[in-house]
Write a protein that binds this ligand. Sequence first.
Ligand code: DX5
Ligand code: ZN
Length: 215
Amino acid sequence: MHIEPSILSADFANLGRDIEMLNGSKAYAIHLDIMDGSFVPNISFGFPVVKAVADTARLSMDAHLMVVHPERWFDTLIGLGVKTISFHLEAAGCRTMQHIRYLKKKGVKVGVAIDPDVPVKKLFKYIGKADFFLIMSVFAGFGGQKFIYESIDRVSELKAEIDRRNADTEIQVDGGVGTGNASVLKEAGAGNIVAGSAVFKAENPLAVIDELSAI
Ligand code: DX5
Ligand code: ZN
């Protein structure tokens, strides 16, 4: 299973140290949660922090945009070396396909994200178009929330439709994920999981990353 530690739960006073730790780990990519205080009721960090991560990271970076008008930031993120970008369907609406096309043309791996209250059927028309779907298993906005159990069925429903269409769109799951639920998420069809507090609040983050990536 691909595991993306979310630095939202990292120690920002020692961010360089935490990124170095990830460099030496089996993590697949570094997950960057970008929040604008408008799409979600929280502000996380912006481009100076992304730049600092980029300067230290040897892993690739996956930016999860929890912002209104995500397209305003695509070029800036690409300029900072971000190779994977997801944005929310709720924010992009009818411009979703346009954004997918733009990002793919720029050579970016593109994901479409939905919060737990958006029916997964709304993603069906982007199967085979987006590279991956991000199924939020908590409401976007904060790290450390409790995993919403119904997310497992949502992943299964989406995976069944992806398989029915013989497509290779991946499923990423984000929110409250850790060693206790990663296996069942994989069985449901997830290929990529995001873990913030499960990694950074652990006594031994590298051991947690090892365990998750071995699933
Ligand atoms: C929540 C973010 C998540 C968050 C995950 O809005 O999208 O990526 O950092 O944190 P945990 O793993 O602690 O739920
Ligand atoms: Zn995220």
